[in-house]
Each structure stands twice: as C-alpha cells, then as structure tokens.
Design a protein around this ligand. Structure first.
Ligand code: GH3
Ligand code: MG
Ligand code: MG
Ligand code: MG
Length: 311
C-alpha cells in the first residue's frame, strides 16, 4: 500500500502513530534456538514499540508467558533445543486459547507440511524465513489485533452500556466462580430505586438515565471491593464475599443512606431518590438460591414503605 495524496499520507501516518502508541502496552514473545534470527525478530518488534520478550527454549518461554499475562503474541521458531516448535505450540494451547494469545510459527525449512502442522497444533499464522520486514509487520499486527478485537467484544458483551457496570451475564459468571472457590462467607444484596417510574414521568427519561448513571458511579466507589452489577432496569446487585453478615449490613445500609441524601443535579433541576434493598447471607450453594431470598427481602422492603434494608 503506497499512499498517494497528502490526505492519504496523513491518514496512513496517523493510523500508524496510533498503533505505535497502542503497541507500548502489548507484550510480544519471540522464541527460538538460533540467537541471530531470534534477535533479528526481537529488534524488529522493539522498533515498533512492543514490550518485547525473548526465550531461547520452550521451557523458559512457558515461564515468561506465565509471568507476563499482557503477552498477546508469541512468535516461535520450529527449531528449539528442548522441543519442536509445533509440539511447543500444541502444549501452549493447552493453557492459552486463541482468545488470550496469538501464535505465529516460523522456520527456514522449505517443508510444505510444516505450515499445516503449525496451524493444526494451534498456531494462528506462519512466517517463512527469510521474510521481508513489511510481511513481518503485517502478520504481527494482524495477529495482535485479532486478540485485541476479541478483548473488545468480550468487554462489550460483559458491560452494561448505560452505566458501564458489569451486566447480569458477567455478574453470574464472576460470582459463580467465587462461590465455587470460596464457599464460606457470602452476602448478596438486590437494590431497586424507589418510584423510579415517577422520575421518568416527571423529569423525562434522559433525566432518569442520569440518576441511573450517577447511582452506578456511587456503587462502583462504595462497593469497590465487591462484585457489582446493573441487573436490568433500575435494579442493581452486589455480592460481598469477605464480610461478616453484620459488616455487609452496615455497608449496604450506609449506601442506602448515601443515596437518599444525594441530590442529583442537572441544569436547574434538583432531584432526590431512594433505594430499597433486599439482603441475604444465606449459606446457599448457588447464586440463584441467594437471589431468590434477596428478592423476597426486597419485596418486603418495598412493602414496608421503601428506602430501607431488609435482611
Ligand atoms: P418501585 O418503588 O416499586 O420499584 O417503583 P418503580 O417505579 O421504581 O418500579 P417500576 O417497576 O414500576 O418501574 C421501573 C421503571 O424503570 C420503569 C422503566 O421505564 C424504568 N427504567 C428501566 N430501565 C430504564 C433505563 O435504562 N432508563 C430509564 N430512564 N428508565 C428505565
Ligand atoms: Mg424494579
Ligand atoms: Mg418494579
Ligand atoms: Mg423501582
């Protein structure tokens, strides 16, 4: 690709600069038994700002992968002192899938089966030596961007668009993991804004959105040690796994108070709002069981007149 007009050159350069800036956060590991060809790759990568690592064999490469989770791409030669590149890739793939790590196999062998073997063992791509620099950077970038795009898709799929909080799906998977690992102490609170429909009806939907966003911001801060989520509509959920029931109650009670004292401002409007909270500390086995009880308690909090915590 050769940019022709000034506008094209400008666009090309600005894309390149953005990429070079991004590369400062991307780890790339190059693995190979041949010091000279490994160093050549290493210096090309450094030239493009990548956080660059190198390993002379499969064993030390494994250690680097473990120690540096920001490594998004590994380039491995077929010739390694303690393994073949193909076997090494197959091993790495047992621990790191394509969503976490891109892999490019390299070799100077003219064996046509080698490319296929690399791909079959889990490599994303193959680079035959000698290569021209342009091809090298094209393949490196394409494979780094592949992992980055999956990260963006995952983040989007896990995040509530309006508030930026983890959504229900993400919350379920996060909390289920914690419950399995640490089955002891757990409290779950369901929070529901009171008479929220009135806020929408009186001030408009966009104002309602602001109250939701501000409440979410307060939650992130107040429950920074816990798992929070926008569950849907004007409902939020918090899972606390390191607190006694008394501490958990204190914490949600403080939050209830903070929301009821908060004045949400926009233009000339000043609005106050409250939340009702259903809390449970059940020794339940699943998140569904916890939710079921918290929901009953929330219902009671509403019936009791709202702006209160029931446990
Ligand atoms: P209660 O105290 O019993 O919870 O009353 P409520 O009015 O809060 O409950 P209800 O379930 O009747 O109404 C919830 C309202 O939340 C209705 C819906 O329009 C509003 N809502 C849900 N999602 C959003 C949103 O993303 N933005 C805005 N502005 N409103 C939303
Ligand atoms: Mg509701
Ligand atoms: Mg409701
Ligand atoms: Mg409500």
């Amino acid at each position: 690709y050769i940019p022709k007009s000034n506008a094209q050159i400008y666009e090309y350069l600005s894309r390149l600069l953005t990429r070079l800036e991004k590369n400062k956060r991307v780890g790339v590991l190059t693995v190979g038994g041949n010091n000279k060809s490994r160093s050549a790759i290493y210096s090309l990568l450094t030239r493009h700002n990548f956080i660059t690592y190198q390993a002379a064999n499969a064993a030390s490469a494994q250690k680097l992968l473990q120690a540096h989770p920001h490594i998004k791409l590994m380039i491995t030669d077929q010739a390694l002192p303690d393994s073949t590149g193909v076997d090494f890739v197959a091993n790495v793939r047992k621990q790191y899938n394509k969503e976490q790590l891109s892999i490019i196999g390299t070799s100077d062998k003219a064996d046509p089966a080698l490319l296929a073997n690399f791909i079959k063992s889990g490599a994303n791509d193959y680079l035959r030596k000698p290569y021209c620099h342009e091809e090298f950077f094209c393949r490196v970038l394409q494979n780094v961007e592949y992992v980055e795009q999956i990260e963006v898709i995952k983040r989007t799929a896990n995040t509530d668009y309006l508030t930026g909080l983890p959504n229900r799906r993400h919350f379920f998977s996060q909390v289920s993991d914690i419950i399995q690992r640490k089955p002891e102490q757990r409290s779950l609170a369901l929070l529901d804004l009171d008479h929220f429909k009135n806020i929408n009806d009186t001030y408009g939907h966009d104002y309602g959105d602001i109250v939701l966003k501000e409440t979410a911001k307060m939650m992130k801060k107040h429950f920074s040690q816990d798992c929070v989520s926008r569950f849907g509509g004007e409902e939020f959920c918090v899972f606390m796994h390191d607190l006694t029931p008394e501490q958990a109650f204190e914490k949600v009670e403080h939050f209830r108070q903070a929301v009821s004292e908060r004045v949400f401002k926009r233009r000339t409007k000043r609005i106050q709002c409250s939340i009702s909270i259903g809390l449970t500390h059940l020794e339940a086995h699943t998140i569904e069981d916890l939710l079921c009880v918290a929901d009953e308690h929330l219902y009671k909090a509403k019936a009791k007149g709202r702006n209160c915590v029931i446990q």
